[in-house]
Design a binder for this molecule. Structure first.
Ligand code: ADP
Ligand code: MG
Length: 331
């Protein structure tokens, strides 16, 4: 695109302190990095597109934060420590009023994770941003989706439901009058980083995933890959007071918490033996950790299923179907 090089120079290059393991960053045909001995690279890509993942009036700072955080969250889900990222950006025009806050927000979040931009691609076209992030994890220590064992406890970090409440405000103007609407929109865009937690879970969690599609849907991936089933007690779901107020009652908030996507919280399993360690880990990393259920054996005619309980009693699927929009999620 015309002015591409000025744009790269002005907005993307020379913005960060060099990591010692970056030998060559922006400016050549490839970046060069030197991964340390004894580590594996964890690599993930995510794209956000105007109209699909955010609206035209979205704050560019929030778009940058959310887009990069969704990638950082993938590293957290693997127990990896952020190291480098590249950015493929497609822009309809060079709009300084959009680019400046976008870049400030992106580099602030990157710096907070000692994460360096090492390259990318810039093209003219409909607005979309694609990040590829690379992290480091000690060899053999990555947290995968496949290690959950029967009897393990299922935990989630933080609260569930805020992101869905925020999204609902963004998409439905009438929701702007509901309690805490503004704060919940902010929570939708600005998820907290769970990297510190992930680094502590490396030696203990048996499986891990980040909540991008909703805990029901994401836990299902773990169950499938681990070939197990689960019970989840919905009265144990961690829900903020804000979300409870917003959704109007506890039951509605619980249902929202089950489905709320883009939370970027971690859902992980841990052995009975290691469970007591989580109190100390929660305190050290300053993050709420809540046990929401347990891994169970597959039943002969029902593999990888989640049995929902309310106060220990199974919830009938029909009851839920009546209450929850998007019941297909659960299958
Ligand atoms: P090439 O033609 O070899 O792909 P480019 O002209 O696309 O090179 O990019 C020049 C340099 O600027 C490369 O080092 C590339 O990694 C970097 N770069 C281009 N766009 C971006 C971007 N959006 N973010 C970070 N680096 C970028
Ligand atoms: Mg290029």
């Amino acid at each position: 695109m015309s002015g591409e090089f000025n744009l790269i120079d002005k907005y993307f290059a020379h913005r960060q302190a060099n990591r010692q393991d970056v030998d060559l960053a922006l400016g050549d045909d490839c970046a060069l990095v030197s991964p340390p001995e004894g580590y594996q690279l964890a690599i993930s890509t995510d794209t956000v597109v105007l109209g699909t993942h955010f609206l035209a009036n979205a704050d560019p700072s929030a778009v940058a934060y959310k887009a990069l955080m969704s990638n950082i969250s993938d590293l957290a889900a693997m127990g990896a420590t952020p190291a480098w990222f590249s950015m493929a950006i497609s822009l309809p025009e060079i709009d300084e009023a959009w680019l400046a806050p976008f870049c400030d927000s992106m580099f602030t979040l990157a710096d907070a994770h000692h994460l360096q931009l090492i390259g990318g691609d810039t093209t003219k076209g409909p607005l979309s941003i694609s990040f590829t992030i690379q992290g480091l994890v000690p060899k053999g220590k990555a947290l995968t989706r496949s290690g959950a064992q029967v009897g393990d406890w299922i935990f989630v970090s933080g609260n569930l439901g805020d992101s869905q409440a925020g999204l609902s405000v963004i998409l439905n103007p009438e929701d702007a009058n509901k309690p805490h609407a503004k704060e919940l929109v902010s929570r939708h865009f600005y998820a907290q980083s769970r990297i510190k937690l992930a680094e502590r879970l490396r030696d203990h969690a048996t499986s891990c995933i980040d909540i991008s599609d909703g805990v029901m849907s994401d836990l299902k991936h773990v169950l499938k890959r681990s070939n197990v089933s689960a019970q989840v007690e919905i009265t144990q779901l961690p829900i903020s007071d804000l979300a409870t107020d917003f959704f109007g009652d506890t039951q509605q908030a619980q249902l929202a918490a089950l489905q709320s996507g883009e939370e970027y919280e971690l859902c992980f399993t841990i052995s009975k033996q290691d469970k007591p360690l989580l109190d100390e880990i929660a305190q050290q990393v300053g993050c709420l950790l809540t046990c929401i259920g347990q891994v169970t054996e597959n039943q002969r005619d029902a593999e990888h299923t989640i049995q929902l309980l309310r106060n220990g009693l199974p919830i009938q699927e029909d009851d839920l179907a009546r209450q929850v929009h998007g019941f297909d999620h659960f299958n």
